[in-house]
Design a binder for this molecule. Sequence first.
Ligand code: SF4
Length: 249
Amino acid sequence: MANSEKRAASPSKAAKALTPLTDKARIARILAGLQTQYGGMSTALHYGNPFELLIAVMLSAQTTDVYVNKVTPRLFERFPTPEAMALATVEAIEGLIAGVSFFHTKAKHLILTSQILIREHGGIVPGDWHALVAMPGVGRKTANVVVATAFGQPAIAVDTHVFRVSNRLGLAAAKTPEEVEKQLQKAIPQELWAESHHWLIWHGRKICKAPTPRCETCFLTADCRYFQTTKPVPAPRRRTKAKPSLPEA
Ligand code: SF4
């Protein structure tokens, strides 16, 4: 039996075969693979400045980036600055973001956050993580995306894709986004934090999907804890060559 067939037929044995490798080596290979595949890719949200990024990320909680990109052009056209949005009515914002999850609450948060930007930060989005999470509707994930994407600071935002993919790969083994964030900060070199979170998101969107990952098309199977410990793959079928028929006498 060929080696590839042995591994495919017995994933738990293959997992044991990974143990001589250090975690550092495994993580380095995973990051190199992700970088090769997704290097240079950033957020799928459309934005033109830090204010638009902040608003788009706030809207994206529980809503796809694709849908957020559908509503933000009209929202930013009508309320292009914190000054304009701070004076908006909840109803006016709601009318522009209908279909976004929790649109009523988010409309209120957009207005309150714009008012805080004017009152406390001169109408400019601060690059300070603690100042961002103090705003209504801005949690760890949103603040991490803003400081990393708009200000180039080292941060790892854990959304649903990063949470799922990190746990499957074995880069993390945690039950909350905050725990995953802390474990990723230990596993990944700091200079790669901001970029690698985009790589994990794109891998989750394209291949390591919920609820069923497309392991058969994945380039990380050799180092993926989920694949190596739980995912049996049928052995490839052998091609049988047809026996040449004997010439008739
Ligand atoms: S091998 Fe499967 S579970 Fe692992 S990262 Fe790839 S798609 Fe996800």
